[in-house]
Design a protein around this ligand. Structure first.
Ligand code: DGJ
Length: 694
């Protein structure tokens, strides 16, 4: 007997099927099928042939491929009895429950010891499918590997794109050609990390940012993941995502994966990006005040580092407010004895040398300027030179002789007493001071990865959020070391990178937009000379790069000349005038014909307006810029387009391209098929073009 189920949104269809009670398999995932498709007929239709050198019947590429059924690739489950003896389960169908957009399938293994449950939900607004696996055991077991429901990868695809990075260099895209065998990424650092962002894109042949088929994946977990993209000897391809192997270190009776978010797009990689952005912004982040505009930030880290003194901080706050800042974030250095990064971490008591009278004198000043106040914490960490670890050395995770990271150790967040202590310390500071924002840092990898640590961190954040629902949280880990949909179901912003170098930020945020909407992506105007790269950048370029996302400042405002302050105030005012629609816009990466022009189009939810940011990262190969084609406009509609920053045209641009001389009215058809001609520019210029549908 064949059983089949389908889930649809306006663009994609997922079909699952089982025959004779086998574990279900995804028999179709791609462009939306007709409503009257006979999906039972797809089950035999998707089966591949058998020839010499193969088994007499092909083991199914199921949602949890079973080693016991001679599956010729990586299994979806590796589990042992508590005594270490391996289990090789074979699952049989038990139940299916389907209601609007949700399908829950359960299977029991033939020994009756294990129940496997797969849940699929489809979100018609975001056009994202969420898949999740759960395993229940009749007795405590030891889990090595459990994949979220396994999906097949397309055959007309030549490569996989995944993401790596480093401190100040997050979200680098790697393209690896498909070949027989496995492309495996495994993150064993115990946090999401800069090194292995848990995302994957499988482009169909010829797919670009704006055209073609693409299948994309994101695993929403902050403890380190494993990903497999495997081509089997018979040519079939599978994608597996789960927690990094072996990170469930205790015997347990229940194990679950994090949610795996997947998207099929028929309009290129930007189609996947818009889906993930909407899913995160509208379904996952829980905003304290959803309607409130995102405030312009000022963060004092690169202005003062650990050198806090009240008159300087007040002066900086006054200047930041005059530039347009609306939230002041006091970074590291405010607590007792914290004069550098070697000591005092974990001692969450206000330093009375630096802040006599506590934080309220500064907070009162900040609030008097019309800004709200945020404070930095790094709750999961402590330096050996701290009152905390002197009193409770047993609270540190890992061996006493471990190699430190930034001079610090990690607290064991699986311990209830550790979490209770941290809750009490943070809650006291939040209760006694008018604070509505936490920058939550995590500056080292774990000594040993352990899923219980991540669950402990989540539990602490959840408890604080329940007690202080008005407080927003920014997830930071030496910049972008903890960015994923798991942490973002608890946080409201990410500190994308410690690089405030606008040139580097331009590329980092361009790639990060495949997963992150502007509303959560922090981007700050850094110092004239970048503290992490040494590069000097013009204020206009720095300001416009920050204005592409959730804008803020991080330089010492005392370094600004009057002309720089004026330029920054102007861009900030532009951002404030546009932030409400931009924070709800789809960020669509454009196909730039010039490798050195990194361009995106932010398209309003209703399609009525857009802004194009075209950042010139270097000199061009040819002498004049090539036309930049836009995307997702209405072919027959007319658009009024205008260059916002015409004043930035250099004197070496001597011609009269249309945008240089004034606004123009052009059709969607023309803008998408010919494109915009931008003025000639120096490297590190950002062109900003607004469009309005007439
Ligand atoms: C690392 C962060 O990424 C920085 O922005 C800053 O908060 C420092 N930690 C503070 O120690």
């Amino acid at each position: 007997m064949i059983r089949t189920w389908r889930l649809d949104d306006s663009r994609q269809t997922l079909v699952l099927g089982t025959r004779r009670g086998s574990l279900a398999e995804v028999i179709y995932w791609g462009a939306r099928l007709p409503d009257d498709e006979d999906i039972d007929a797809l089950y035999p239709a998707h089966a591949i042939d058998v020839t010499g050198g193969m088994l007499d019947r092909n083991p199914s590429l199921s949602i949890c491929p079973e080693a016991a059924r001679t599956f010729p690739g990586q299994p979806g489950l590796v589990i042992h009895h508590a005594d270490g003896a391996p289990m090789l389960p074979k699952f049989r169908f038990r139940t299916a429950e389907q209601d609007e957009g949700r399908l829950v399938l359960t299977f029991r293994d033939t020994t009756g010891m294990l129940t496997y449950t797969a849940t699929f939900s489809i979100d018609g607004h975001a056009r994202v499918i969420e898949a999740h696996a759960r395993l229940e055991c009749a007795e405590p077991m030891r889990l090595h590997w459990l994949a979220a429901p396994v999906l097949p990868a397309p055959q007309l695809s030549d490569e996989v794109i995944d993401f790596s990075g480093r401190w100040c260099g997050e979200f680098r895209m790697n393209r690896t050609p498909w070949s027989p065998g496995i492309r495996c990424r495994e993150n064993r650092t115990g946090r999401t990390g800069h090194e292995h962002f848990p995302g994957l894109i499988i482009p169909g042949r010829g797919t670009t940012n704006t055209q073609g088929d693409a299948w994309a994946f994101h695993y929403g977990w902050s403890g380190g993941h494993k990903m497999l993209a495997e081509e089997l000897p018979d040519g079939r391809r599978q994608i597996q995502f789960g927690h990094a192997a072996g990170t469930e270190t205790q015997v347990q009776t229940t194990f679950e994966t994090a949610p795996l978010y997947v998207v099929f797009s028929d309009d290129g990689i930007s189609g996947c990006a818009a889906a993930f952005q909407r899913c995160l912004r509208d379904r996952i982040v829980t905003w304290p005040k959803p309607e409130a505009p995102r405030p312009v930030h000022y963060n004092c880290w690169e202005a003062v580092y650990f050198d806090h003194n009240l008159p300087d901080l007040k002066d900086i706050a006054t200047r930041a407010a005059a530039l347009g800042a609306e939230r002041f974030v006091l970074d590291d250095g405010w607590f007792r004895g914290r004069d550098d990064d070697a000591s005092a971490l974990g001692d969450w008591v206000i330093d009375s040398r630096k802040h006599p009278g506590g934080l309220m004198p500064l907070i009162t000043h900040v609030r008097g300027l019309g800004m709200s106040f945020g404070l930095w914490f790094e709750p999961e960490m402590a330096t050996p030179d701290s009152d905390l670890l002197r009193a409770r050395p047993d609270w540190a995770l890992g061996d006493a002789d471990q190699t430190l990271g930034r001079g610090q150790m990690t607290l064991d967040m699986a311990r209830e007493d550790v979490r209770a202590h941290l809750y009490d310390r943070i809650a006291a500071i939040l209760s006694e001071n008018a604070i509505d924002y936490i920058k939550w840092d995590h500056n080292r990898v774990l000594p040993v990865p352990d899923a219980a640590q991540t669950r402990g961190s989540y539990a602490l954040i959840d408890r604080l959020r329940a007690a202080f629902p008005h407080v927003e949280i920014e997830s930071c880990a030496s910049g972008g070391g903890r960015i994923d949909f798991g942490i973002l179901s608890r946080a409201h912003r990410v500190w994308l990178s410690d690089s405030n170098d606008a040139l580097e930020r331009l590329r980092i945020q361009h790639n990060a937009a495949i997963f992150l909407p502007g509303a959560v992506t922090g981007s700050h105007v850094g110092p004239r000379k970048s503290h992490t790269s040494g590069r000097m950048s013009d204020i206009r370029f720095r300001a416009w790069v920050a204005a592409q996302r959730h804008m803020g400042f991080e330089m010492d405002p005392r370094e600004l000349t009057d002309e720089e302050a004026q330029a920054l105030t102007g861009v900030t005012a532009w951002w404030k005038a546009n932030r409400n629609w931009m924070c709800r816009a789809d960020i669509l990466r454009l196909d730039s014909p010039d490798a050195n022009i990194i361009a995106e189009q932010q398209l309003a939810e209703d399609g009525g307006r857009f802004v194009v940011f075209a950042g010139q990262a270097g000199t061009l190969r040819q002498i004049a810029p090539r036309p930049l084609r836009l995307t997702r406009l209405c072919l027959g509609a007319m658009y009024r387009i205008d260059l916002v920053n015409r004043g930035d045209v250099s004197r070496l641009s001597r011609g009269r391209p249309l945008l240089k001389t004034g606004a123009a009215t052009l059709s969607g058809q023309y803008l998408m098929n010919h494109g915009l001609i931008l003025p000639w520019a120096f490297p590190e210029t950002m062109w900003v073009v607004e469009g309005t549908r007439l």
